[in-house]
Design a protein around this ligand. Structure first.
Ligand SMILES: [Zn+2]
Length: 263
């Protein structure tokens, strides 16, 4: 028999996380301290790998069909990140850009076009192959972020001035390892643009299973602005701007402030 699971909130460490809701046999808990909603029991590394081993099940082909609009949006977001970078007055020359969850390479293409030295990483090998074929010039890696970050940080003193991470955080099992890995490869003063579903949004369907992004087990973690701010602060990242969103999503710009604020 397995030992009882240690129920603990990843953001505030509270053990007071009663069951909230179940869907298709998957159970979610909600932290009474900070409101984080999380899959419980959480997926382990093998289960996560199996989940993403077959990318077609995740709608990869449909994703590529929206290429034109995705490229347009990517260019806008790169401009947003570039403006937020400190020093150099929007100069991207020699600056390093990392796209975490780069998929087919739309954002890496926009970052390259803006003048960044660009890296992209994604666990989906087919998507990265698409990126390498259609948007060459960036450095692509297939795999997980935490392994990549550990290797990158040990091999070079270079750090990323701008990091983009859209709709990935809700897929990870360990938010601290993930955000910590991002922070570890960011330059002091570097900026991170991150998006994830917003469970605290005024337009989120009241009945959680009616929410289109409430899709167990792919989405393991559901944040709101308060606990996302707190999670980032644990890793020395300060949210400086929250973009207004009509859809129930969080779109934030954070800066690496260097020291962990210990919350
Ligand atoms: Zn909590």
């Amino acid at each position: 028999m397995n030992a009882p699971e240690d129920i603990r909130c990843q953001v505030c460490d509270s053990h007071d996380c009663p069951p909230l809701i179940a869907k298709d046999g998957w159970q979610y808990r909600r932290c009474t301290g900070c409101g984080l909603v999380f899959l419980s029991p959480m997926l382990n590394a093998d289960e996560l790998a199996a989940l993403y081993a077959n990318p077609d099940s995740g709608g990869t082909r449909a994703y590529f069909r929206k290429e034109t609009s995705k490229l347009r949006r990517a260019r806008g977001r790169v401009r947003h990140l570039t403006k937020a970078m400190t020093g150099g007055k929007n100069s991207t020359n020699g600056r390093l850009f990392l796209d975490v969850g780069c998929s087919g390479g739309f954002m890496t293409q926009a970052a390259m076009a803006a003048g960044f030295t660009t890296w992209g990483i994604d666990p989906d090998g087919d998507a990265v192959a698409h990126a390498e074929e259609h948007y060459p010039g960036a450095t692509y890696r297939v795999g997980g972020l935490t392994e990549f970050a550990a290797e990158f940080a040990s091999q070079t003193k270079d750090r990323f001035d701008a990091v983009y991470c859209s709709e990935v955080l809700e897929h990870v099992a360990d938010a601290n390892a993930f955000i910590g890995a991002i922070a570890s490869v960011m330059a002091e003063g570097g900026v991170l643009y991150l998006t994830t579903p917003d469970i605290g949004h005024w337009r989120r369907p009241k009945n959680l299973p009616d929410w289109d992004v409430f899709t167990p087990p792919h989405h393991c973690l559901f944040f709101s602005i308060g606990n996302l701010t707190r999670l980032m602060a644990r890793h020395g990242l300060e949210i400086q701007h929250r973009q207004w969103a009509f859809k129930p999503g969080l779109k934030v710009l954070a800066r690496k402030v260097g020291q962990k604020t210990g919350v």
